[in-house]
Design a binder for this molecule. Sequence first.
Ligand code: DAH
Length: 339
Amino acid sequence: MIEKIQRLLAEVENLKAQNAEELEALRIKYLSKKGEISALMNDFRSVPAEQKKELGMKLNELKTKVTNHINELKEQFAAQDTGTDDLDLTRTAYPIPLGTRHPLSIVKNEIIDIFSRMGFTLADGPEVEDDWHVFSAMNFAEDHPARDMQDTFFVEAHPDIILRTHTSSVQARVMDKQQPPIRVICPGRVYRNEAISARAHCFFHQVEALYIDENVSFSDLKQALLILAQELFGADTKIRLRPSYFPFTEPSAEMDISCFLCGGEGCSFCKGTGWVEILGCGMVDPNVLELNGIDSKKYSGWALGMGVERITNLKYQVKDLRMFSENDTRFLKEFESAN
Ligand code: DAH
């Protein structure tokens, strides 16, 4: 009996099967009720007691080896099966689900793109700022109401450190480091201490633009505004400037665009006026230039600042500001095609 086990052990090493039928034949030959191993088990019963231990071990070894070998062959076939029959190389790939860009990023990128085509580069500054860059360097008087607790978030332990209330602070940051010509845009988040509602939030986004060089005039500003408005809202868009006041510009203006819903006829969206307000702008106040180390006799410039939420609301008619920060995917998915 021991010779037979030895012979089978050697045989098992070289077992091969070309296909599933041959594999099944092997299984029947060795592992079925009428197979070689069953037969050996039967013989084992009549083996004298003193040989049982050694033979039993050998027999178990053989059984494990055959079972493992046959299972290995089976796995090989399983892997090959899907590799041959089910693979359709002509099928198009599954679509990869892409995320959507946030509507504010879409509009911000659009604004950056328009200005970069006019030669503006990006500038950045911190959201946690000091009073100097946000207010003093921007020509705000000591008692200007914008410094009030009601508008500004203060860092408690440091009354001089605040969350910036506008991106105009980046103007001062740029002038700290650079002499004219300056041509920058500064997109960023700003904070104001406001009760959250459909029309106001404690944080929002602005894009600031600053252009300083020799002989920069109001007509340069006007042309840049017209290009911006027509690129954002369409070639038929008209602009109008209304006198306004900002501490950092003189003269200052507010820009309206002709209502893109009624084309200027007057509708409920523009409250019958035919115009919608877009942004604030003006010629950089000479005080701002001097405060930031730039010779106001030699240089002049213009600046503008706009709310990204405001422009996005106008472009996409979003009625509630809170939608922008709620991360409701049903809202965000609506901007899939605008990516
Ligand atoms: N900083 C102003 C605001 O937050 C916006 C602004 C107006 C910026 C006029 C400018 C500007 O640069 O020239 O309301």
